[in-house]
Write a protein that binds this ligand. Sequence first.
Ligand SMILES: Nc1ncnc2c1ncn2[C@@H]1O[C@H](COP(=O)(O)OP(=O)(O)OP(=O)(O)O)[C@@H](O)[C@H]1O
Length: 228
Amino acid sequence: MIQMQDVWKTYPNGVMAVNGISIYIKKGEFVYVVGPSGAGKSTFIKMMYREEKPTRGEISIDGKSLSSTKEKHIPFLRRKIGVVFQDFKLLPSLSVFENVAFAMEVIEESKANIRKRVMNVLDIVRLKNKARFLPHELSGGEQQRVAIARAIVNNPAVLIADEPTGNLDPETSWEIMHILEEINDRGTTIVMATHNRDIVDSMRKRLIAIEGGRISRDEIRGTYSYES
Ligand SMILES: Nc1ncnc2c1ncn2[C@@H]1O[C@H](COP(=O)(O)OP(=O)(O)OP(=O)(O)O)[C@@H](O)[C@H]1O
């Protein structure tokens, strides 16, 4: 599903953020990415959705190489990948429904089908009853649930989450995790960078630890064990 072969990333300012990472993530896996601040976690996952390009090495998603994908085909590739951020990134003047519909691939879709699909994903994140609300009328956890709905509306093969619980209290973080687990149960591969020790240690999943831009641990049901 996701393959990286000896991937390196040096930023233009000379910072060597990722230094020779090779991994294979299978379809349907749930993978935590942990490590100290500045270890290279965000850079590692940004390269998966082509927000950053590797300086060296090969990345492929679903057998398709990211480096040989032409710029004009990047949007098609991105549709295979949904992304969720720590700070939600919702459009403030659009309702919950519109935020999700806006992200939907709508070529040759009837209005009724768009509505059906949007309401279906709002149901998955348990926000059907708030479809008309604006983002500022929602709690942080609800906003993150909208962001998750938006990320899965095109039915991506992979959902990438960069510290999705970073701005949320523990109880709300757990709600988000249960939703991500449900989405994973439906077959979506999930890669999640996190500093949340409790979650990692309770929901034991594959764990990739990054330190100094390299993989320091790759465990089937790993524990956090970092100073956070
Ligand atoms: N756009 C950029 N330009 C230059 N350097 C960058 C850029 N983005 C990140 N870096 C540097 O690359 C290194 C790795 O950063 P990255 O954001 O990948 O770490 P991280 O593990 O996600 O950290 P955190 O847990 O604090 O989010 C850091 O030294 C950081 O300062």
